[in-house]
Ligand binder design. Structure first.
Ligand SMILES: Cc1cc2nc3c(=O)[nH]c(=O)nc-3n(C[C@H](O)[C@H](O)[C@H](O)COP(=O)(O)O)c2cc1C
Length: 357
């Protein structure tokens, strides 16, 4: 099946099946306003022919900032600066969805100026500081913050939002029995653990109306001891359409399992394919697959077998923002070697490909 065939996610019409997966660019000022290098990056991506750009995660509340130079969407005053991104992409004929996030415990007092919040006072890793258990009031405040953030993305001209429910951030923490030890209606069993996510999705839908595209990136499995199993994840997938979600991107890992290294052979590619195949059996929503996809052959096979409707990549687009044009011109695969050196070292600004440095 052709990766350049148009398709839709809800009301969102995309010119092809290729998506730039959310990638924290670390190109914002201290208040979270995108800076010129980010606008340049989006210009290059849009010119490069990708069907959809999903922004790096943007924090919906000051307590949800994950790291320095992260883009923010927690205040109406940020809307004009955010608009520069959507305008740039639209000018180049592209589409852009904002990924919205709250870091929960996956941040530090250094970044947010207070003890991080979490569903339970369970540290992310042994020896790490324990987060503050969220009160009912804080839970309601953050749900509301997600809804307001989605409204701001819409006001700033973005073509949709993507709720970040993966990679160990707050929603993944609520979903996960390894991070959520609550005994109340937010955690006493599997249904309670997904309540936070359900409420966030419903609040967003209320805020943006029926037509506006709302996607999610789901950590379908934690890959840690006592974490969410694939079956827990599938239970969430089953509910997404009822919660008003238009499309789901399948990822995984409460820790760092989402960015595997050294993807060099076709056999190493698409490392969440088996999970996506199971998801396909429990939902009719458009499925976006991410995780180590590199070659046209693998992309086409995934679309052909019907497991996913869209192919999403992060690291390849850091190295080759014009990868879709290159594929169209006959290049067979991304030249990304998945070395993971694109993450900026501490204190450095901005993602970039550092493979040859
Ligand atoms: C530098 C960097 C930043 C990332 N930032 C985000 C992010 O903001 N939100 C998100 O959902 N995933 C983020 N990811 C994960 C990617 O979107 C993707 O799920 C993962 O890298 C696997 O896809 P790939 O093999 O195509 O890179 C990031 C990955 C990298 C390498």
């Amino acid at each position: 099946m052709d990766i350049f065939e148009p398709a839709k996610i809800g009301t969102l019409e995309l010119k092809n099946r290729l998506i730039r997966s959310a990638t924290a660019e670390r190109m914002a000022d201290d208040a979270g306003r995108p800076e010129p290098p980010l606008v340049e990056m989006y210009t290059a991506l849009a010119r490069g022919g990708v069907g959809l750009i999903i922004t790096g995660h943007a924090y919906v509340h000051p307590t949800g900032k994950a790291h320095p130079a992260m883009t923010g969407v927690y205040d109406d005053e940020l809307i004009p600066a955010l608009q520069t991104l959507s305008e740039t992409v639209h000018r180049e004929g592209g589409k852009v969805v904002m990924q919205i996030n709250h870091a929960g415990r996956k941040t530090s007092a250094e970044v947010i100026g207070q003890r991080p919040l979490g569903p339970s006072p369970v540290a992310q890793t042994k020896g790490a500081p324990r987060p503050q258990e969220m009160t009912e009031q804080q839970i309601e405040e953050i749900i509301h913050a997600f809804a307001l953030a989605a409204g701001r993305a819409k006001a700033a001209g973005f073509d949709g939002v993507q709720i970040h429910a993966a990679h160990g951030y707050l929603i993944n923490q609520f979903n996960s029995p390894a991070a959520n030890w609550r005994r109340d209606r937010w955690g006493k069993d599997a249904v309670s653990r997904m309540r936070f996510f359900e409420r966030v999705a419903a609040a967003i839908r209320d805020e943006v109306g029926d037509e506006y595209p709302v996607l999610t990136k789901l950590g379908i499995q934690d890959f840690v001891r006592d974490g969410m199993t694939l079956y827990d994840g599938l239970e969430i997938v089953r509910h997404l359409a009822d919660w008003g979600i238009d499309g789901v991107e399948i990822s995984g890992g409460l820790g760092s399992a989402n960015t595997r290294k050294d993807i060099l052979r076709p056999e190493d590619e698409a490392y969440f394919l088996s999970q996506a195949r199971m998801a396909r059996r429990v939902t009719d929503l458009p499925i976006i697959l991410v995780g180590g996809i590199r070659s046209r052959e693998v992309m086409e096979r995934i679309l052909e077998e019907g497991t996913a409707d869209f192919i999403s990549m992060s690291r390849p687009f850091i190295r080759e923002p014009d990868l879709p044009r290159r594929l169209q011109a006959g290049q067979q695969k991304s030249t990304c070697v998945s070395c993971n050196r694109c993450w900026p070292p501490p204190g450095e600004y901005g993602v970039k490909c550092r493979y040859e440095e």
